[in-house]
Design a protein around this ligand. Structure first.
Ligand SMILES: [Zn+2]
Ligand SMILES: [Zn+2]
Length: 275
């Protein structure tokens, strides 16, 4: 049986279409036997109507700038600060990178303007880059969508490419997985993708092909729930079942233990928090 002891893609009430508090997720993580929980709410223009690709108000995103108040270990579970940032352009720009923020959360001018992405990423231990708006990539050649993922992967703080098997943007899996392996970055195997679409479907086949390429090229994966409600946290039967089916090696699962995930963060050049 493959082991998985971390869940590093989960959402809280902040994401608006998710329903649990941080504490409910932590307790659910403990109950599921997890050693480490990563909280990665959406960092996306899907959340606030007054936001678009050029305009945003830091007040809408203050969730991300005060995560330092969370205990690093809560109910025996290590807690990491993250965000799931939207990949928003074909050149791999992430949401908020082209948006300048000039005021703080009280509306006072910042001493130095910076990008919304940089301000948010500064409070994160890591970022997951995911595509949710596939329209911008419609009809783009595979060479271009591949470049999109490669550039997203090389962004500051990006550690994981999220649910690439269900994003609906075809890309050169071998090239992206190979580059992730070289940079020590991680490809997500997403329970939610497999659970909702089921075996035999197109999503299952593409997730499986991605996992097989990771095994072949020695790229580490993270097995995550993408939980939007606490009872889903830490439960990945479909993802682990699929990985077992293809004989996926345990040592390439970076979420097999807290120690392994923190080591993967370090190897990718990210700072790991002390407890
Ligand atoms: Zn969501
Ligand atoms: Zn997502």
């Amino acid at each position: 049986m493959l082991q998985n002891r971390c869940d590093v893609h989960t959402h809280t009430l902040y994401s608006r279409h998710a329903y649990s508090t941080l504490r409910e997720n932590v307790l659910a993580a403990r109950e599921a036997g997890l050693e480490l929980l990563g909280v990665t709410d959406h960092f996306s223009d899907m959340l606030f109507p007054r936001t678009d690709l050029e305009h945003a108000d830091l007040r809408d995103y203050q969730h991300f700038i005060n995560m330092g108040v969370w205990p690093r270990s809560w109910e025996g579970v290590r807690l990491l600060h993250g965000a799931e940032a939207d990949v928003r352009t074909l050149d791999g720009r992430l949401f908020g990178q082209d948006v300048e923020v000039t005021t703080d959360i009280t509306g006072r001018p910042l001493r130095e303007a910076c990008s919304l992405y940089d301000r948010v990423a500064a409070g994160c231990d890591y970022v997951i880059a995911s595509v949710h708006y596939k329209e911008f990539a419609a009809g783009a050649p595979v060479a271009q969508t591949t470049e999109m993922y490669l550039r997203a992967l090389s962004q500051p703080k990006v550690l994981v490419l999220g649910h690439t098997g269900r994003a609906g943007v075809p890309f050169d899996v071998r090239e992206v997985v190979g580059e992730a392996a070289r940079q020590g970055k991680l490809i997500e195997i997403n329970e939610h993708s497999l659970e909702t679409r089921g075996p035999g479907g197109r999503t299952w086949a593409s997730c499986r092909a991605i996992a097989e390429t990771c095994a072949e090229l020695g790229c580490q994966v993270v097995v995550n729930t993408d939980a939007h409600v606490c009872c889903a946290v830490g439960r990945t039967p479909h993802a682990l079942g699929m990985l077992e089916e293809i004989g996926f090696p345990q040592e390439l699962i970076a979420t097999r233990s807290a120690e392994a995930f923190l080591a993967a963060m370090s190897a990718a050049g990210l700072r790991t928090p002390g407890v």
